[in-house]
Design a protein around this ligand. Structure first.
Ligand code: SF4
Length: 703
């Protein structure tokens, strides 16, 4: 995929990678995508990053599964033991009927023998809203419980928990494009240049026209050169730093008294709590001097219009919910929500993680974040789902499900498009758990690391091979359109879900994703005034949309919050250190994350020629001084070890990493970052602490 001008049709759709949700024009010749251009979508205004422009050719990779596959009788014990050049070596081809019968009978047998809770499901944020909705419905209706989750658990579950608790909604309060009207922006725990590159261009333009950018991150991000303040604070001290900033605002009475009185609750308790976090006391802990903390506090409080952006550096901690609570409190203190150019914006990860969450692909809430514990909600779904009884007990989350699998309590899984054999923390534990399963059905486009453990693999359609709606980080519901057919016998996910649902005893009758969308509208107030036809013609509508003509509200909560008495809440946050601290054995800090060219576990981008050529091999980043101390040249090999495991890989010199820190991308199976990560969970969001593990770094030659 490159610069071809020779194409016979063009299809408007959405980029399959990050949550920015760039609209693309896919140029197609002979049923192959030959070129990709950015078009004028509300989020990208014609722009694309390297993944969106050059990353679509994964769909043509020779490793695509084009026929259903069944584990061979003579295959060795389940494990990550296949030849990467021949990933289906332990599987044989099957007909759809044979594969679907085996898949469904295995799940039904477990349900009959042990009850519905013997089976759990992971859905995918790479699916459309309709597919996510169908997946959670299949588990809830077919197995009678809520043990269904997806990768939101690994990225922004803590942010969503804090937003739901304190502002009454789990989505952003303002689109990132509102930055055009802002005076000041904080970007904390996020590296948009690499992870949300098109959103980053808007942030850079903001800084270039004189907007004040404040970056807070333990790593020095590329965006720091545009920043007025760069606070490279000690990893894991977010709560201490943010509370110290708010301490200044409270003590110097810089807060917006009128806004606090009119729109919030809990201020006085919060004010008393914050008094202990003086800049002088917190400076050493955070590694940021007290005067800088005061300067940032005064700048933020003095701004007319300010926005706060955050990423997984905030959320992926055992105190991730507390981190997000602090950011919400900071915005409330200064009345920076509900007006153009103000707001809270957690930058969502996958291209449809917002939509999949909205559609109920999470264990404690039904579509539109309606609690399973609420009888009125269960009655609504009893009505819509033909008498289905919804389990009133919130379900288990991703890591909790994998623990139950390990302990033998969950015996079967249906995994659609997720790759826990790469993405779970302490992934050796997750791989052992997957190997324990009596029955594993994987639906995907490649034999992923997780599919290695499957009994049945159902070949699915890639994102450009199907139509449906998706929702980006800005709350923009957009229409993705099928550009090319699924290869061989592969089918779109929604079609496979319907086949499987009917084989496990459900009576589903959908002929088109439009019918699923219309059913979703029956329970999702967020989709009011958004119709399939509107999306076909307008391509994107932001929710909430107030009328059939309204393109949607970019900024929400100007006249109150969807909480008791319309008020948002201050929730005090205590400082909690990371779950494991460096010590003599493991003296450094490991932070994991993404790289510009590679997406999550690499199953797509490592099969894209251009992206793989730019970043072909596993690497980690260390400060040049650390490399010198280790006696390792840039490009040399190091061994990283934590209490959970070790990996050996190439080291890159990177001054943005502190001398006691190593940054490790998680896309590379040959040096899987999650062999090292700590599975400790945030108690509220149940998100693992991917952003802090104690690690030992050595020269690989010395080992
Ligand atoms: Fe795709 Fe995100 Fe890049 Fe846009 S910024 S082209 S959505 S990866």
């Amino acid at each position: 995929i490159g610069d071809s001008k020779d194409f016979d049709r063009e299809v408007k759709s959405i980029c399959p990678f990050c949550g920015v949700g760039c609209q693309v024009s896919l140029k197609v010749k002979d049923n192959k995508i030959v070129k990709v251009d950015g078009i004028n979508g509300p989020a990208n205004e014609g722009r694309l990053c390297v993944k969106g422009r050059f990353g679509f050719d994964y769909i043509n990779h020779p490793h695509r599964i084009t026929k259903p596959m069944i584990r061979r009788n003579d295959a060795p014990e389940k494990g990550l033991n296949v030849d990467p050049a021949n990933p289906w070596t332990h599987f044989r081809e099957a007909t759809w009927d044979e594969a679907l019968d085996l898949a469904s009978n295995g799940l039904v047998d477990l349900r009959s023998l042990y009850g519905g809770k013997a089976v759990a499901g992971f859905g995918s944020a790479k699916c459309t809203n309709e597919e996510a909705y169908l997946f959670q419905k299949l588990i809830r209706q077919g197995f009678g419980h809520n043990n269904v989750d997806h990768c939101t658990r690994l990225c922004h579950a803590s942010s969503v928990a804090a937003l739901m608790e304190n502002v009454g909604s789990g989505a952003v309060t303002a689109s990132f494009n509102e930055i055009e009207a802002a005076d000041l922006a904080i970007v904390i725990g996020a590296n948009p240049t690499e992870n949300h590159p098109v959103a980053a261009t808007f942030l850079k333009q903001f800084a270039k026209r004189g907007g004040e950018l404040i970056i807070m991150d333990p790593r020095g991000t590329a965006m720091k050169r545009h920043a007025k303040h760069m606070l490279q604070f000690r990893p894991g001290t977010d709560v201490a730093l943010l509370n110290a900033i708010m301490n200044v605002i409270v003590e110097e009475k810089l807060y917006d008294r009128q806004y606090i009185e009119g729109f919030t609750e809990g201020f006085f308790e919060f004010r008393d709590h914050i008094r202990a976090f003086t800049p002088d006391r917190m400076a050493e802990l955070c590694g940021i001097d007290a005067e800088t903390i005061r300067a940032v506090a005064r700048d933020f409080a003095g701004a007319q219009k300010a926005m706060i952006f955050w990423g997984m550096g905030v959320s992926q901690h055992i105190h991730g919910t507390d981190n997000a609570r602090c950011l919400i409190s900071l915005a409330l203190l200064c009345g920076q929500i509900g007006r153009p150019g103000t707001g809270l914006h957690p930058l969502r990860g996958q291209n449809n993680v917002q939509g999949a969450s909205d559609a109920g692909l999470i264990p404690h809430v039904m579509p539109n974040y309606q609690s399973v514990t609420d009888e009125a909600v269960r009655e609504l779904f009893r009505h819509i789902w033909d008498g289905t009884e919804i389990d009133p007990t919130p379900g288990l989350t991703v890591v909790e499900i994998m623990d139950r699998v390990y302990r033998g309590e969950i015996k079967g899984m249906y995994i659609l498009g997720e790759n826990p054999a790469m993405s779970d923390p302490d992934v050796d534990h997750a791989r052992k758990a997957l190997a324990h399963l009596d029955h594993l059905v994987v639906q995907d486009i490649f034999v992923t690391e997780t599919a290695n453990f499957a009994d049945v693999i159902l070949p699915a359609g890639a994102f450009p091979e199907k139509s449906g709606t998706v929702t980006n980080t800005n709350r923009q519901v957009q229409m993705a359109r099928q550009a090319v057919p699924t290869p061989g016998e592969a089918r779109e996910d929604w079609r496979i879900l319907i086949e499987l649902a009917n084989r496990i005893g459900l009576d589903w009758d959908y002929d088109h994703p439009r019918e699923v969308f219309n059913e979703m509208k029956m329970s999702m107030r967020s989709l009011h005034h958004i119709t399939w036809n509107r999306l076909e013609t307008e391509s994107a509508v932001t929710y909430p949309s107030l009328s059939n003509e309204d393109p949607g509200q970019s900024v929400v909560f100007g006249d109150g919050f969807p909480r008791r008495a319309g008020r948002a809440k201050f929730t005090p946050a205590r400082f909690t250190p990371p779950a494991e601290m460096p010590d003599d054995r493991f003296p450094m800090i490991l932070i994991t994350g993404r790289q510009l060219e590679h997406w999550h576990t690499g199953s797509m981008t490592r099969r894209s020629k251009v992206l793989d050529a730019v970043e072909p091999e596993a690497n980690c980043s260390l400060h040049p001084a650390t490399l010198r101390k280790l006696g390792v040249p840039p490009g040399g090999w190091v061994r990283l070890s934590t209490r959970r495991g070790s990996v050996t890989l190439m080291a890159r010199a990177d001054r943005s990493v502190a001398t006691d820190m190593v940054f490790l991308p998680f896309a590379f199976v040959e040096a899987a970052a999650n062999l090292l990560t700590n599975p400790a969970l945030d108690p509220v969001g149940k998100i693992p602490e991917f952003k802090f593990s104690a690690v030992k770094v050595e020269s690989a030659e010395a080992v």
